[in-house]
Design a binder for this molecule. Structure first.
Ligand SMILES: Nc1ncnc2c1ncn2[C@@H]1O[C@H](COP(=O)(O)OP(=O)(O)OP(=O)(O)O)[C@@H](O)[C@H]1O
Ligand SMILES: [Mg+2]
Length: 243
């Protein structure tokens, strides 16, 4: 691969108490890529993203972002450097309005003009949010809350956006719409790491993918090759071949 490495995970071990859940995993994300991490329930996907964001601490190994080691930094420093996470379960603040939720995402940015510009971009990406600016986030549909969670994360103007199962619980048409927007976000220069159980949708969007099983990376390949891989088809694509 010839693109510049933006994020690199080297022999990362993560434990919860005495229980090791990530066993020396290695990942690389190039600048401008969309990389997906596939895996069953409990494989360690969320743990991987939480560790990249500094919300869970690495037990051993290292994480490099822009060639700087970040795995010992507090989470707010990591956001400032340009890593933003959309957590599993689209956690928006239900008693705040859409606009207030968006404002919260800008906490690392001091430049009012840049904040304004980013906000306009987010409302262009998600016009439905613009229409609902003053509505309480708790009254949005599931899909709209997912859009808001993505929009809020983008307010920190990340270089890399980490998404934890953005398709969870959404109707197929909405999944399509959200993934299309992720493509646009990527086209505007934001690198994306996408954790998904919806392997088919994820592989269609991503350039490359990793398969995580019980805390080990067992496969790494281009999305095309993963889709054609009989093991991936059997375990993650419902056994069907995908054209
Ligand atoms: N805070 C925690 N304390 C203890 N164990 C945890 C904690 N969070 C996760 N685990 C365990 O770590 C393992 C990996 O969990 P993780 O949430 O990363 O998996 P996942 O791949 O995101 O699963 P899912 O698809 O269900 O979201 C699981 O065995 C889980 O039970
Ligand atoms: Mg998870």
């Amino acid at each position: 691969m010839d693109n510049k490495t933006l994020l690199e995970v080297v022999d990362l071990v993560v434990k919860y108490g005495n229980i090791e859940v990530l066993h020396r995993i290695n990942l690389r994300v190039g600048e401008g890529e969309i990389v997906t991490i596939l895996g069953a329930n409990g494989a360690g996907k969320s743990t991987t993203l939480l560790t990249l964001s500094g919300l869970v601490k690495a037990g051993a190994g290292a994480i490099y972002f822009d060639r700087t080691s970040i795995h010992k930094l507090p989470a707010h420093d990591i956001v400032k450097r340009g890593i933003a996470q959309v957590p599993e379960g689209r956690r928006v603040f239900g008693t705040l309005t859409v606009q207030e939720n968006i404002n919260l995402g800008a906490f690392v940015c001091r430049d009012a003009a840049a904040i304004q510009k980013t906000q306009e971009w987010i409302y262009e990406l998600f016009p439905v949010l613009a229409e609902r600016r003053q509505q309480l986030a708790g009254t949005l549909s599931g899909g709209e809350q997912q859009m808001l969670a993505i929009g809020r994360a983008l307010m920190s103007q990340p270089k890399i956006l980490l998404l934890d199962e953005p398709s969870l619980g959404l109707a197929p048409l909405l999944v399509k719409a959200i993934f299309q927007t992720l493509r646009e976000i990527n086209a505007s220069g934001v690198t994306i790491v996408l954790v998904e159980q919806n392997a088919r949708a994820a592989l269609r969007l991503a350039h490359r993918g990793y398969v995580l099983e019980l805390g080990n990376i067992v496969l790494e390949d281009s999305s095309q090759a993963l889709m054609a891989n009989p093991k991936v088809q059997a375990a993650y694509l419902g056994g069907e071949s995908t054209r």
